[in-house]
Design a protein around this ligand. Structure first.
Ligand code: C2E
Ligand code: MG
Ligand code: MG
Length: 501
């Protein structure tokens, strides 16, 4: 009992005591005045006693009714708060757990959809939390409108939602509902005077085949959602047993990668870039390699996990540090201004200290920014074009070169390209492969070359493997190439030998 409750209880009983005493004193006085004989006095005393009991019972009844009702309403309010997401008004994770505790006792199949918005964190960081909150409310409304009335919609936290489809177990029907949602999401959502496009990834687990408890269903749907995310934008995936193995592999890989960084197992290989007119090496791309005790692991295996776990910031810094040292050595030994191109991930670009990191690394190795080319991808720009444009302009103003990697694969809007301070377009190797026999790729590559040159950029083709590809690219007017036809990515020692560094 708190001191305040104690005082309140004391006051109530003191008032009751005083009122009771007054009642006894004054009623006895009144009865004594009215009663004309002893028998009448005894009878009136009895009535008075009964009246007292009935009156206090009625008062007690109303008081306790009022008190318990208040308690009940407070409990009800608390219960609603505990089970609802206050932002979207949808049920929350606690509701879902209770709902499934009940549902999973029945044998009736249902589908468990786990939805995660793509790039929500960036939107939140760029436009502010209020904007993000408003967007989540719109998403909840879209989900409510898209899925059938009997669905159970839940916001489990952040940008994650769960949708239980009780009477839809046919994959075809579930897929059709998801397609309907994705269709809606192809239209922009108007939030705070801004049109915003958002994608979602959905993982689906089925009860009871994939899991029989909330935890099992969530784990399976989550691994399916991860698989769906790989498609990059608005994908969905039904759970398959291999997903859990992959997710275990991912966790092991992340732990091992952390150790590898501490043990200096990550290093850079350099792939020469060649001018096709002179056959001279005009630059090199730094490509990360993991020299693990069990062999060399390629970046396409570990970079995605590094992105996910945030280790990409450390790897990116390592690549910049080693490349700056290498570029300086190359320049000092040959007196040629050859650039070393370093891949920069979207996470690095959106890090608030990226510019400071660049300055620090150059100062550390006394390397001129002119000797470093930063390779960015179209998708990194798409995440927040205005912010990235301003950042790229600052990077350019410092003297770095900028190139657009894997050009043609990132669904980028060409209208941004003219405003970007990009020096070089790198045509993705998928367009180069077998180009002499692929008329569609010929048209695309020719268009990219014309576009790049028209905008005053250099154009390099990646992944040139055959003389036939090289000849065809040369007729289309390409400036330089990078590929196994000339050089594979080389260790520093071998690079020194082939380029006389
Ligand atoms: P990328 O930046 O597009 O690099 C080119 C990839 O094509 C490299 O793969 C290279 O080895 C490969 N390649 C070069 N010539 C040929 C060829 O003629 N044929 C074929 N089939 N492939 C060729 P790699 O080294 O496995 O790197 C894969 C990707 O990993 C890179 O693609 C880049 O996106 C990423 N990456 C590599 N190192 C780093 C890094 O330090 N930081 C970041 N953020 N990403 C990196
Ligand atoms: Mg690259
Ligand atoms: Mg590339």
């Amino acid at each position: 009992m708190t001191p305040r409750n104690f005082n309140n209880a004391l006051s109530v009983s003191a008032i009751y005591f005083l009122l009771g005493l007054s009642w006894i004193y004054f009623s006895d006085l009144a009865v004594a005045t009215i009663a004309s004989n002893k028998a009448q006095l005894t009878l009136m005393q009895t009535y008075k006693g009964w009246f007292f009991i009935v009156a206090t019972s009625i008062i007690l009844f109303f008081l306790s009714y009022w008190f318990f009702r208040k308690e009940y309403l407070a409990h009800l309010h608390f219960d609603v708060l505990a089970h609802r997401d206050t932002l979207t008004q949808l049920p929350n994770r606690l509701s879902l757990v209770e709902y499934l505790d009940d549902k999973c006792t029945q044998e009736e199949p249902f589908a468990f959809l786990f939805l995660d918005l793509d790039r929500f964190k960036e939107i939140n960081d760029s436009y502010g939390h209020r904007f993000g909150d408003e967007l989540l409310i719109y998403i909840a409304q879209i989900l409510y409108r898209t899925f059938p009335k009997e669905s159970y919609l839940v916001r489990t936290g952040g940008d994650e939602f769960v949708i239980i489809l009780p009477s839809h177990k046919e994959p075809k029907v579930i897929a059709a509902l998801i397609e309907k949602l994705f269709d809606t999401l192809t239209h922009p959502i108007f939030v705070q005077q801004t049109d915003i496009y958002i994608n979602a990834s959905i993982g689906i687990a089925q009860y009871p085949t994939d899991g029989r408890t909330y935890e099992e269903l969530l784990q399976k749907a989550d691994s399916a959602m991860y698989n769906a995310k790989k498609s990059g934008h608005s994908g969905y995936s039904f759970y398959e047993a291999s997903f859990i193995e992959n997710s275990l592999k991912r966790t092991t890989l992340s732990t091992n990668l952390k150790k590898a960084l501490q043990n200096n197992e990550l290093t850079l290989f350099y792939q020469p870039q060649v001018d096709i007119k002179t056959n001279q090496i005009i630059g090199a791309e730094a490509l990360c390699r993991w020299l693990s005790p069990s062999g060399i692991i390629s970046p396409s295996e570990f970079i995605p996990f590094a992105e996910e776990s945030g280790l990409i910031l450390e790897i990116g810094e390592l690549a910049l540090v080693q490349s700056a040292a290498f570029a300086k050595e190359w320049h000092e030994k040959t007196l040629l201004s050859r650039r070393v191109a370093v891949n920069v991930s979207a996470k690095q670009l959106s890090h608030p200290m990226f510019l400071e990191t660049l300055d620090r690394i150059l100062a550390l190795h006394q390397c001129s920014p002119e000797l470093i080319e930063l390779e960015i991808t179209e998708s990194a720009i798409l995440e927040n074009p205005k912010k990235i444009l301003a950042l790229l302009q600052s990077i350019k103003a410092k003297g770095f070169h900028l190139s657009m990697d894997d050009f043609g694969t990132g669904y980028s809007s060409l209208s941004y390209l003219k405003d970007l301070p990009i020096d070089k377009l790198k045509i993705d190797q998928s367009f180069v492969r077998n180009i002499a026999h692929n008329p569609k790729n010929q048209i695309i590559v020719e268009a990219i070359i014309n576009l790049g040159k028209g905008l005053g950029m250099e154009v390099l083709a990646e992944g040139v493997e055959t003389a036939e590809e090289l000849n065809f690219l040369s007729t289309l007017g390409i400036d330089s190439v990078q590929g196994y036809l000339f050089y594979h990515p080389l260790s520093v020692q071998i690079f020194r030998e082939v380029s006389n560094v």
